[in-house]
Design a protein around this ligand. Structure first.
Ligand code: PM9
Length: 462
């Protein structure tokens, strides 16, 4: 009786009932596919991909209970009972009063931005997100980053890099006036910072400040349960609280939300807008019919709304989040064993490799993260995504943004891959790291007008 194990292993709270077979490719096939895709991993055909870590968006495996709920979907055009089931889940678990379904997160962002933002308004937020900022800009607003400085430093180990710097917010309020700020945009588990959480303490301080100035907080709750897991594990006083309780508390500190249910809520499509304000709801109910569909389906089938209702509940299970984030940590630690530079602390939905540190001989104009994502695909068929200068796009004057973080995101879909898959990913990245000095950059040869990272094309620098 002398065996002592410091930290017992995590494992998935499910087993497999069905598997999806994958095509294995040769290096020559992958090089051809890459060239045809203009060296943009978004333009690859998924059948040419072995392990797909492009995104955790809509790529989750649904549970047997979600598939069973799918069969109960009520496909009535109006007043579907599936809508009411989804509405009840959102009201019960998140606590928001009014709910508008949308086909995915950006559908909710579009409607909300049109309702709340006027030309000349300013929207402070804890780091930009691509679609969110674009909708704010299209509605006539301007995004201002108020995340703490630590978030822009890949190596800083601060446990809550999603926090807001209240001094930065105060400067913006003083400069523009509170009446020019329709809301502060707060993401839980900040995607572009590397899946980094905001603390409850910081959110409470922000709530206090915004109440004093009559400013709303709109919550991008796409990965709220992952944020809650970090609060439970890292913040004083939360270890004995459940993820369900923490999520409810987070939402209670905000006035409304947009959500891409394709992430935390464990479905393949769907989203919603939620608000506690009747007037905003009333406007959204009017606008949703223009862009999405009637306010009781918003572009979704009844079966999708049933799956979301069940997925929300499953996402709040403590064992689920422990295994989910356990897997992300496992990949991060494997990469660290090989000395690969990654964003620290390890975040919630993936590992973010620091492309500037990986390829220090490339300038940001040589697209180091884009280049690295292409190299990793060529090595092993593992698909990742650029989160750097290409994703950041251009400002209103047409100049490139130069984000401090130039990252490749290895995003892990929920309940899809095994630990052995993670080993393959780590080894492949290590092989590319080993020959990093020989890697040359790329130039952009086609740039679309909006969200260029999705469709831009590149060529290797000879
Ligand atoms: N995020 C992601 O891969 C999918 C599209 S962008 C590559 O991370 C946040 C924080 C997101 C997000 C999507 C959306 C938009 C809003 N907020 O994709 O429209 O991470 O459902 O959601 C993606 P939809």
């Amino acid at each position: 009786m002398t065996l002592k194990i410091e930290k017992r292993a995590w494992a998935e709270p499910y087993k497999m009932k069905m598997v999806e077979l994958l095509k294995m490719t040769t290096k020559a096939q992958r090089n051809k596919a890459l060239k045809e895709a203009g060296y943009n991993t978004f333009l690859l055909r998924s059948e040419d991909v072995y392990i797909d870590l492009l995104t955790d968006s809509g790529t989750n495996a649904m549970s047997d209970r979600q598939w069973a709920a799918f069969m109960t979907g009520d496909e009535s055009y109006a007043g579907s009972k599936s809508y009411y089931n989804m509405e009840r889940a959102i009201q019960t678990y998140y606590g928001y009063k009014y709910v508008i379904p949308t086909h995915q997160g950006r559908g909710a962002e579009n409607i909300l931005s049109q309702i709340l933002i006027k030309k000349g308004d300013v929207i402070p937020g804890n780091m930009y997100f691509t679609t969110t900022r674009l909708h704010q800009e299209l509605a006539g607003g301007k995004f201002e980053d108020i995340i703490i400085d630590e978030a822009h430093d890949a190596l800083n180990e601060f446990p809550f890099k999603g926090n807001v710097d209240l001094n930065k917010l105060e400067k913006i309020v003083n400069k523009y006036g509170a009446d020019k700020i329709p809301y502060v945009s707060i993401a839980t588990n900040v995607n572009m910072a590397g899946g980094q959480p905001i603390s409850m303490e910081n959110l409470k301080e922000l709530r206090k400040y915004t109440l004093q100035h009559g400013i709303r907080i709109i919550h991008d709750m796409t990965r709220v349960a992952e944020n809650a897991y970090f609060i439970q594990q890292r913040e004083k006083g939360y270890l004995l609280k459940t993820i369900k309780e923490i999520v409810h508390e987070i939402c209670s500190l905000t006035d409304g939300a947009t959500m891409s249910a394709k992430k935390d809520a464990l479905v393949n499509i769907g989203g919603f807008l939620a608000t506690n304000e009747w007037d905003v709801y009333e406007e959204a109910r009017n606008l949703v019919v223009v862009y999405e569909g009637l306010h009781t389906y918003g572009g979704l089938a009844g079966r999708d709304m049933e799956a979301i209702a069940v997925g929300i509940k499953e996402s709040l299970d403590d064992y689920h989040q422990k295994a989910r984030i356990g897997q992300v940590e496992y990949l991060g630690k494997r990469m660290q064993e090989y000395g690969i530079p990654i964003v620290k602390p390890i975040g919630g939905h993936g590992i973010f490799v620091d492309a500037k540190a990986f390829l220090p001989h490339l300038s940001q104009d040589d697209f180091p993260a884009q280049t690295l994502a292409a190299e990793i695909y060529a090595d092993s068929g593992v698909r990742t995504m650029e989160r750097g200068i290409v994703s950041a796009g251009r400002n209103s004057k047409g100049e490139n943004y130069y984000p401090k973080l130039e990252l490749v995101r290895f995003t892990i879909p929920r309940r899809v891959y095994t630990q052995a898959h993670m080993d393959v990913v780590a080894e492949s990245t290590a092989m590319v790291y080993d020959r990093r000095k020989k890697i040359k950059g790329m130039k952009m040869i086609y740039e679309p007008k909006y969200l260029r990272f999705f469709q831009a094309r590149f060529e290797k620098i000879k």
